[in-house]
Design a protein around this ligand. Sequence first.
Ligand code: ADP
Ligand code: ZN
Ligand code: ZN
Length: 749
Amino acid sequence: MAVQNDLQLQETHPLHYYEVAVNRPLFQTYTYASFQPISLGCRVQVKLGHSTEVGIVVAQSTKAPDSDFTITTIDKIIDPTPILSAEILTLCHWGSSYYFQPLGEFIFTFIPNYLKQAKLLESLYIEAFEITSKGKYAKLPSQAIKQSDALATIQTLATTSNSNLVAKTTLNQHDIKSDTLRQLLKKELIQKSLIPPYAYTTAPTQTNENSLTLNQEQSDAVSTVIKNQNTFKSILLEGVTGSGKTEVYLNICRHFLNQGQQVLLLVPEIGLTPQLSERLQTQLPYPMITLHSDLANKERASRWLQTKHSTSLVVIGTRSAIACDLPKLACIILDEEHDSSFKQQEGIRYHSRSLAIKRAQLKSIPILLGSATPSLETLTNAEQGRYQHLRLTKRATGANLPEIEIQDSSRLTANQVFTDSTSEAIRNTLQKQQQVLVFINRRGFAPTLQCSQCHWVADCEHCDVALTIHKATNSLDCHHCEHKQPIPRRCPSCNSPYMSPLGFGTERIESELIQHFPDHPIIRMDRDSTQNRGSLEKIRQTLLEGTPCILVGTQMVSKGHDFPNLTLSVVLNCDNGLHNQDFRSKEHLLQNLIQVAGRSGRSKLQGQVIIQTNYPDHPLFVHFKEQDFPGFAKEELTHRKKLGLPPFHHQAAIRMQSLMDNQAFQKLLSLEKYLKDCVYAQGNQNLDISLTMPAAIERKSNWYRYLIVVSSPSRKHLHQYLNIAHEYLLKIPRTKKLKWVIDVDPLDT
Ligand code: ADP
Ligand code: ZN
Ligand code: ZN
């Protein structure tokens, strides 16, 4: 064996061998040598081919590799201590093999961007100040008001910090300017240190511990979780919207935090983190960390590192927070467990709920899955006794569930948005000084631009979809790739000047509402209107103030918000969900409708919901009118069982895409044949393999996309054949022109 670097050193220092996983689509780790011992979970810098990569040390090689190949030494050890614990490494090992994802990429999806590079942890250190002994007794001249105020503030804040130090950022938030600090430093009344961000935590100074008295169902839920502390136990908390699930979470957190332990609370959307953290923060005198993608890189990295070092801590985060390091983790809570945002559908594919359950099992702790409309997977797990099933059956404030009205919209003209009766209801609500929510699951002005003469439609040149009209940017945008183009004045096909928008998006609804209700603020909340950091929060504050207004938005508005003065929700254009090919579309639609309905009339005011649909007699609306999710679930599960669909059969999609038309299709066709031959040879009745078929959008960003769906009632059999498929796929190099991925438990097939 030859070691490339430092040959002489080798004679005096014994070599250690490690397996290193890098952030590349590679299904193997590589062995590197080091003259120093390194802890597992540390970042290192290594050479791979011609490039230099940051990798994570994932295992120790038990023995030196065979002598017939060359081993490289590790270039640099970046972290003196691990940034990933053994527990997280085990979770990632499990996840990468369960989901057939490359280990390195899998691990790196959970590492904040800042730490994906070779940045030293020292670069995250923060400036912090403390009062010197001289400062404690200093008498400042009466004109130095700013300085004495600053001293007093530092003194107060120091008592809430875990050390005597107060971070500069905290002081800035309290309006203490750098200049004032400089003057205090000069007088030696304070001193400055550079500390790791995790050495500094603060808890709220004022909390209101007089929380509500829980009702019987709520306190049963809390005590069930507490009873199971230190035991792996999955518990479903099915509670109608407004039934006080959040109050249950809060009480569970309080219990564990009082014991010096940590709780991880996962939510589907960034938008939900501020309101949840605000609510918990006013009740719990402990530090709290929120983790999501809307944070600056450095800030996110600091917070991510901090979770490891604080006891009595709640972490609130979106799906990737499942793998943050919490040594004293006592309980995991997944709010809105049915939400598909917990599944990452692009790049590395995983479901945060499955990882959460695995983590609870590894750690022997309880996990609580909360929802008003649980996924059929979770309901079945509860039905079959794998999860305990708890219910909250009524709204906690005693408020009634909203009144529901289904409006027939089939007679509206192409340019009419609201039925007369809907307009009337909106007007009445505003007159009563209350707020309205209009939900439409489509951003932009209109989903299509069409020529009125020849019916030409503006399509994306890279995808098989129509371009969306965006008036705000005056462009036609593809919602599936980066493509944008100006709106043409004339039809490119027949040169006619008569081009018109077809259908509605949030922008168009907004402008309609401005015309009809000019005296009230119309607030739009979608991906386009919330691009700037902090804009979501601003919208939330406006609604909380209670001013009568209309909130128009996509999915973003439907979840979790608690605006007490919002009493009317209007749902537009949900018909697609009634007839979509995806077998989960009805489940998702009903979940979504119940969510939207749950936004209205949460306080003492009676709520109202209007659904506009061209199919008012559709059976789904019967369940909706009665808010009968369990009834729907029962029917739907019977149907799925008959058809051999999830959750009764487990599925995986094998997806392949190529830049060249036909290439992916042909290769996938061969795999289909190979798998079918294997199944045939082994006489396995337990596995179903679909034909090779095009993806829902066949061409996307110039990639031609196909898939095979493999399913089996036995998870073991499914994985056995996925292993065979994976072996086969590994022989097909993933190139710049051809890609494949195995998608276990897909949500879109
Ligand atoms: P969910 O999370 O199920 O939607 P929340 O926890 O947000 O429900 O509770 C809905 C409303 O009911 C909130 O305004 C909350 O303050 C109130 N609430 C919750 N629990 C109780 C209780 N035990 N007594 C009185 N009000 C309650
Ligand atoms: Zn035309
Ligand atoms: Zn496109």
